[in-house]
Design a binder for this molecule. Structure first.
Ligand code: HEC
Ligand code: HEC
Length: 187
């Protein structure tokens, strides 16, 4: 039963994403149609504006913007904090609940930001990592491992702020990238 629900949910998310993408560039007939989700999207992803979240979830790595993962992923992640990628990141129940609420309200697909909308494209299942989402993989596929895993100043794709100089402000655009030891990235 649980599994079936998750399937239905991801189908809904995927089709919502596709509808947004399909209509987003079609700005010619304003007024004739309802404005599609996406066409008024703000750039980047909404910055973190909740101090409790920033403090509790930003101590080991940057506080990832809620708009980088869909709601069902945040839910799964927040339900397994005792084994969080091999670490114990458990929180007092009240804090956990407050943070979960913040993440769900601002998850990708629930806030109209351009980067968030892209992160919920072609989603399948309930990924636990931003760096596993199809859009992420697509955007980073040409970066050689020696600049990431093999780079002591980066270590893993989870460290967005090692390369994206605006990551903490929710800005990931390609003009604000500096891979340590490599310099400005031009493809
Ligand atoms: C005790 C340290 C610690 C705390 C506290 C912590 N994390 Fe993490 N988190 C990690 C580690 C370690 C990883 C895996 C990093 C890697 O693979 O390089 C991770 C990875 C993640 C990822 C996946 C990043 C990716 O690769 O896309 C998300 C999302 C995440 N954490 C969210 C949270 C949230 C939300 C909280 C607060 C409830 C939190 N973390 C608190 C240690 C922590
Ligand atoms: C090793 C450095 C590095 C890390 C770590 C990294 N990125 Fe990137 N990212 C890049 C580079 C380089 C590009 C541009 C790739 C290209 O244009 O070919 C990019 C592109 C992007 C884009 C598309 C930008 C655009 O304007 O097209 C987004 C969004 C993004 N990254 C988000 C993230 C997030 C979120 C994280 C962390 C979960 C992250 N990145 C981690 C290097 C990195």
């Amino acid at each position: 039963m649980k599994k079936l629900n998750m399937c239905l949910l991801s189908v809904a998310v995927v089709s919502a994403g596709l509808a947004g993408v399909g209509l987003a560039d079609d700005d010619g007939d304003e007024g004739r149609y309802m404005r599609p989700w996406g066409s008024n999207a703000r750039p980047g992803v909404a910055p973190v504006d909740y101090p409790l979240y920033r403090n509790e979830c930003g101590s080991c790595h940057m506080a990832y913007q809620p708009g980088l993962l869909p709601a069902h992923s945040w839910e799964r992640l927040m339900n397994g904090l005792d084994d969080h990628f091999g670490e114990n990141a458990e929180l007092p129940p009240g804090d956990r609940k407050a943070i979960l609420g913040y993440l769900l309200n601002n998850a990708a697909g629930r806030s109209n930001y351009r980067v968030s909308n892209k992160f919920v494209r072609n989603l399948r299942g309930t990924p636990m990592r931003i760096s596993e989402l199809p859009y992420f993989v697509h955007e980073h596929r040409e970066i050689p491992a020696r600049l990431v895993k093999g780079n002591p100043k980066v270590g893993s794709f989870s460290n967005c702020d090692a390369c994206h100089t605006g990551a903490n402000r929710g800005s990931y655009n390609e003009h604000q990238i500096n891979i340590p030891g490599y310099g400005r990235y031009d493809d």
